[in-house]
Ligand binder design. Sequence first.
Ligand code: G16
Length: 550
Amino acid sequence: MASPEVRKAISEAALKYVKPEGKVFEYGTAGFRMKADLLNTVVFAVGLLAGLRSKKLNGQWIGVMVTASHNPAEDNGVKLIDPMGEMLEAEWETYATKLANSPLESIGDAYDELIKEIDVKMDNPARVVFARDTRASGSRLVGVLNAALTATEVEFSDLKYLTTPQLHYVVRCKNTLGTQYEYGEPTEQGYYEKLAEAFKKVTKGVKIQGSLTVDCANGVGGPKLKELVKYLPSAAEGGIDIKIVNDNVINPDSLNFECGADYVKTKQRAPPSSKAGVLDRCASLDGDADRLVYYFVDEGNVFRLLDGDRIATLAASFIGDLARSAGIAQKLKIGVVQTAYANGSSTDYIEKVLKLPAVCTNTGVKHLHHAALRFDVGVYFEANGHGTITFSENALKVIKSSEPQSPAQQHALDCLNGLTDLINQAVGDALSDMLLVEVILAHKNWGPKEWLATYTDLPSRLVRVEVADRSIFKAYDAERKLESPPGLQAKIDSLQSRYNKGRSFARASGTEDAVRVYAEAASRSEADDLATRVANAVREAGAVKEIVQS
Ligand code: G16
């Protein structure tokens, strides 16, 4: 049980907020996410839970990130980060949901019930580190978080503005400091130094061609990329010639507006502000810099997207080649993890050309991350550009302790070693992923055209459908099928069977009030047509529910 002082402090602090009437909160794909003005009481609950999570884990640092990532500027969100920089353990998502929905008048009781249910030793210390993106509502929400942590006597550290992956990095560093798993300096500077050092190692002997234009979605990635550039070698010294665009964090409404990774991926076009020339490498981050997609305009002036599937295949093929050159391929189980959104051609390429296993999980990097940990080298990327690569303890041991038999083996081992530092293994990280792509392209001596030529994407279309109640859309089979509303899956099956290579699915978004529809087929017109028809079927099914409810 909490002490009477803490109980009193919680009740007093909670009284300052008003719970939005009738709203049910759920810890979704990436924590709680909604219109920012509805979030006060949710953030307060998350603050309470973060302290409990830390106490439960004997005072290890827990992270709290205030961001709504790719969502529009008026939204915000909050998510918890576990000690190794991973997403919150699934069981605790239920506790977060429970606490966020409990009435404010009795939140102290709900807090005590959780302490009992989870069996938290209240004498343990509690430590929380938090940060936020550049959204205008962030400072208010951080104030709420501060109030919850103060009321519950938690030690905390406010790191102000960070990208989401930077906070994940800091959390992991703080908890591994002084252990054999030490991950780096637990500071923003430590993050830049680690990436820059690794980048120098893996670019030894190769030259990065041309320039890279990076669209920062007018989010926190802009200032942070500017900072990172200071630590990297200049283009003249063998580094990347980075041109930063869409880095306006002064006008909060410009965040993710007609720019950023989600815009580019969903609309399948460059931001209208783009001035890139033919074959220029371009990349887009999202609002909190955890997603990355590449693109370019080809000689026929056609927009070409290189999304998360492309990054995954590029990285898996490169690491596979290095492992073979280093003579350690037999000792490493390499695998790729994707979601249903992965283009069918990418999965074929992984299985048939790279000859690697491809696993499909539910959407949400937390699902992919866990599946990736089952491999020695787990390459996981969502098609939207969110992902990273994990190295098992065995992989690290093999890479670090193998005796090279030739200069070529030495070079491959050094490169693999550098990669384990360049890659943010805690979580998908657009800045680290961007350096990784640049390094691989330089090693392969490829431009974006050669990268694109590895396989041909099936034309695809993503549609966002607004329905009365997205919770009725219940999916199974890694979200490739719907069990409810009744009859809808049969309709989708019948529709997709009419198209050459047709594949389509619908699932409720975990971050937006919408259902997402994906369709791919042999031709652009077929993919568009299939997507439209499935979206209409979803709209009808959603509307039926609305009538039933009323
Ligand atoms: C978040 C998650 C991603 C997920 C995306 C969309 O991304 O971290 O794993 O793919 O939302 O999820 P949904 O389709 O359920 O809305 P981000 O970049 O917004 O944090």
